[in-house]
Ligand binder design. Sequence first.
Ligand SMILES: Nc1ncnc2c1ncn2[C@@H]1O[C@H](COP(=O)(O)OP(=O)(O)O)[C@@H](O)[C@H]1O
Ligand SMILES: [Mg+2]
Length: 230
Amino acid sequence: MLVELKNVAKRYESPDDGPEMDVLKGVDLVVDSGQSLAIIGPSGSGKSTLLNIIGALDKADSGQVLLDGKDLSGLDEKALARIRNRQIGFIFQLHHLLPQLTVMENVLVPTLALHNADQSADLPAHAESLLRRVGLAEWMHYRPGQLSGGQRQRVAVVRALINQPRLLLADEPTGSLDQTSADNIADLLADLNRTDGLTLIVVTHSARLADKMNRTCHLTDGMLHEETET
Ligand SMILES: Nc1ncnc2c1ncn2[C@@H]1O[C@H](COP(=O)(O)OP(=O)(O)O)[C@@H](O)[C@H]1O
Ligand SMILES: [Mg+2]
């Protein structure tokens, strides 16, 4: 298995004197390499918290998070940063592209943190082939402000793929898009899973996107439940 969560719990302290909040109350999850999983649940149910814990952007209070059998809680920040940069691709609801950089430059940003040994590959050529795949090769010298919302999110997908991650995490990747652009991103994600065997975990409110994944889990009251076939 690629991802395994064992009894993961997370509590947030209240900012004022309000009650503490148990956002995750013992989440268990196994995701095998090559699977695609949709996580759905009400707003505020802890979906982003869960995804950030899987992606080593946040830490669980208790329980274990294993990536490829390695327990993330035993790693220091440097090791976690390395895993985030090399093994995991992230896509968020908003594209977070840098407006002053071109499409090509934005896509190459995650490669800047790689060590020199890895820079031998022809990264611009790799970036261009990925951009071609999503239909944006002709746009590589444009800036994000000159692109549509759907095109920008496709650039964000390419940026998430540039370091050839094993695991792609997406937090409401179609949440800000019109239906056509959303379908386009959903098809792209499904194709990356099916054709390239990329393991995918997607938080979404979109039934159309969730339907394209192998599995769906619901997060409610701090617990994750697998949706069974009906
Ligand atoms: N850093 C934080 N500090 C305190 N509370 C937080 C923090 N992050 C999230 N929360 C709270 O935890 C709950 C779950 O948040 P989140 O994981 O963003 O849910 P979702 O993505 O399902 O909407 C929400 O009530 C949110 O307000
Ligand atoms: Mg969220």
